[in-house]
Design a protein around this ligand. Structure first.
Ligand SMILES: [Zn+2]
Length: 232
């Protein structure tokens, strides 16, 4: 279900006392309600709060945060760390194609699902061109040795590192500022040494990035866009 174009999720909660409507970046509108409440009552509650919902959506749009909430594919991508913007237009065509024009991209495919696939594939190539060399540069400079680096579209996770030394980053890393990217690279690389979030791990991280806490806080302003991790 969607409310004003934003995906909407319902969660019955044993401990909930009231019907509660929240906006969660990368998820959408999340409505939690006490288990025994009827559908009718939930619907009435949403209707009563429709102005609040509309206002919130306007505020999010003004802050440029609808980008994270909407499932529909973005018209504009901003790669903050690389000082690049790409305008994207979508066309319906039987044959799938991607054209680079001036500063933008034209994506042609028969439906939205295919268009999303093409966009993700393009982002993967872009990550391999932009992020991979950056990771290698840091690994070399600071003596980290990883097995391999891959890029994915997990729903909530910015990065992971396995005990075998395989590091993975979310493609959404492409959209965050450089200070946050640098933080994530060091965070995952420090996991090569300590596969947990122990005191030893944070001591090591702090040795590389004395201001890691500020960067962690900055990263919280960003989220993994719903259109990137959804399979629609
Ligand atoms: Zn971690």
């Amino acid at each position: 279900m969607e409310i004003l174009g934003i995906p909407c999720f319902f969660k019955a909660h044993a401990q909930a006392k009231h019907i509660r409507i929240r906006f969660i970046l990368s998820e959408g509108i999340v409505i939690t309600y006490p288990k025994k409440v009827s559908d009718e009552k939930i619907r009435t509650s949403i209707c009563k709060q429709k102005d609040m919902i509309a206002n919130k959506i306007t505020t999010l749009a003004e802050k440029g945060q609808l980008f994270y909430l909407e499932k529909k594919l973005p018209q504009m991508l901003e790669f903050k760390a690389f000082n690049t913007k790409k305008e994207i237009s979508y066309q319906y065509a039987l044959k799938s194609n991607l054209f680079a024009v001036n500063e933008g991209l034209i994506i042609r495919a028969e439906n939205e699902q295919e268009q999303q696939k093409i966009l993700k594939k393009w982002l993967l190539t872009y990550a391999q061109e932009q992020l991979l060399p950056l990771c290698k540069q840091y690994a070399e400079k600071y003596n980290f040795s990883f097995e391999k680096i891959r890029f994915g579209t997990q729903k909530r996770c910015w990065g992971t590192c396995t005990s075998k030394g395989s590091v993975s980053f979310n493609l959404a890393v492409l959209f965050i500022p450089f200070t946050c990217i640098e933080y994530l690279i060091f965070h995952e690389f420090c996991h090569l040494e300590h596969c947990n979030h122990s005191d030893k791990f944070y001591t090591l991280l702090e040795a590389y990035l004395p201001d890691y806490k500020a960067r962690e806080k900055e990263l919280k302003k960003y989220s993994i866009p719903a259109w990137l991790s959804s399979n629609s």
